[in-house]
Ligand binder design. Structure first.
Ligand SMILES: [Zn+2]
Length: 247
């Protein structure tokens, strides 16, 4: 069986003497793991395309035993400017790790791959605040993976919005002040509620097109991260590293 698809390398591990085991987010088949024999040799034809965070066209064959092997590859974008900025690189690596957790497997991942590519592109080469890109990528990836928070109104009485809504990062539910349960809930200004709705519901091309004050951006970033950690129940090494670098 042969796969022909474009993909972003979301993980690259050394294996054997000179080989790589890559995890790819492919457009046509979702997340795939494949061996690239000899790819750590600089002269190898697959050396560039199988590097972490390289976007490329791949031809992959699957053996009778179910092992995938990279046969051909043509790099399309290596995000060169990322490589010289450790903070931006670590954020892009976090998006890659997140994709490995949340992206589809053995089914098409067109929208997920486009989202990841846009996020990595914006991190590498735009003036947008990194907190905005991070929160938008997190919430949108969660939404695509079936964890969209319930943002269309108070989870109890259904009112669309009041002056002081509250968000529960453990359940993803929104409440008005009258209905807020006794647990710890975070007051959320309407501008942040609007930004969260925009992230979850906008057309893909407009996802990153919103603005917030610095203070509200920090709140959005904190809420989206807490919600993500609650939904995935995971610790992401790349997120820890990014946060260490930006502390
Ligand atoms: Zn209510």
């Amino acid at each position: 069986m042969t796969y022909d698809t474009d993909a972003l390398v979301i993980k690259a591990q050394n294996t054997g003497e000179n080989d790589r085991l890559v995890t790819l987010l492919t457009r046509k088949y979702g997340v795939i793991r494949a061996f690239a024999n000899g790819a750590r040799s600089p002269k190898n034809k697959n050396a560039s395309a199988t590097s972490l965070l390289c976007y490329a066209d791949f031809t992959i064959t699957k053996t009778a035993k179910g092992i995938c092997i990279v046969k051909e590859s043509t790099p399309k974008e290596v995000f060169f400017s990322l490589r010289s900025d450790i903070i931006r690189l670590s954020l892009a690596q976090y998006f890659a790790e997140l994709s490995g957790e949340l992206a589809p497997r053995e089914e098409a991942a067109d929208e997920f791959l486009s989202l990841l590519l846009n996020a990595v592109y914006l991190v590498s080469d735009s003036g947008k605040p990194l907190q905005l890109i991070k929160a938008a990528a997190e919430l949108r990836m969660l939404s695509l993976a079936g964890y969209m928070p319930s943002l269309l109104g108070c989870a109890s009485c259904g009112i669309y919005e009041t002056d002081e809504m509250r968000f529960c990062p453990h359940s993803g539910k929104l409440y008005c002040a009258d209905c807020t349960p006794p647990e710890v809930f975070v007051p959320v200004p309407n501008s942040v509620v609007h930004a969260m709705r925009h992230i979850c519901l906008s057309e893909p091309g407009k996802l990153f097109s919103f603005r917030l004050s610095d203070e509200n951006l920090l709140l959005l970033c904190d809420l989206s991260e807490r919600y993500l950690l609650a939904m995935t129940g995971k610790r992401f090494a790349t997120l820890q590293f990014y946060k260490t670098m930006t502390r």
